[in-house]
Design a protein. Structure first.
Length: 222
């Protein structure tokens, strides 16, 4: 019954055509150029058997340091197509040993975050996963509600990097899920990356890119 309610809620929520927006509003760098992008089209793999968002398109905005790169891939390590009902049910947070949980508030139809109460075993796991001595060292998540061209969802900026990933150089990640009808286009990746030996923050560019996502497009003719 709960699954059916969530599906109906999702369908009602996403059936209305919305103007693209990000809440809270993001501050773009002064040198941001709205015409500096490449149209990025991809066929998204689905391990869930959900084919509703296999083909996606968005404007891949990029920083000026990236101009010389011949191929301008968005800095996401992985993305996939999932069921919207599962994304709404799972949210973001507890399974990552964090102090906060991101969830969908059905009353306001917004993604929100709240403190996540953990037991002693979970606290110990958090300390081990992040290589910290106190939970106070965990940083708050940055949460954004996103309306794209034909989808709605969230993006989370997470500066709490597991120790093993931190050793590989990861400093900040962005995770997102955009929902259209019963499908959810989700992904994650490192937002601080080396470009010609210089650390570049892709965060505002990727948030702006997510605002342009179109899901469930016809297969691209090659």
């Amino acid at each position: 019954m709960m699954r059916e309610i969530l599906i109906l809620l999702t369908l009602a929520l996403l059936s209305q055509k919305a103007v693209s927006s990000i809440t809270p509003e993001i501050q773009m760098p002064s040198y941001f150029n709205k015409d500096r992008f490449v149209n990025y089209y991809d066929a998204i793999s689905s391990n869930s058997g959900n084919n509703s968002c296999d083909n996606i398109l968005f404007k891949n905005f990029y920083p000026p340091e990236y101009i010389s790169s011949k191929i301008k891939y968005p800095p996401f390590d992985t993305w996939f197509c999932w069921f919207s009902v599962d994304v709404i049910h799972d949210g973001y947070g507890p399974n990552r040993s964090l102090a906060e949980n991101v969830y969908f508030d059905k009353k306001t139809e917004q993604w929100k975050k709240k403190k996540y109460n953990r037991n002693r075993e979970e606290i110990r796991r958090s300390l081990d996963v992040y290589g910290i001595k106190s939970l106070s060292e965990l940083q708050p998540l940055d949460l954004y509600n996103i309306r794209s061209v034909n989808a709605r969802g969230y993006a989370v900026i997470d500066r709490n990097i597991p120790l093993q990933e931190k050793k590989k150089g990861l400093k900040k990640s962005l995770s997102f899920c955009l929902i259209r009808d019963e499908a959810a286009f989700c992904g994650s990746g490192s937002m601080i990356n080396l470009v010609n030996g210089k650390e570049v923050d892709f965060t505002p560019y990727m948030l702006k890119s997510l605002e342009t996502v179109e899901m469930g497009l016809p297969e691209k003719q090659r």
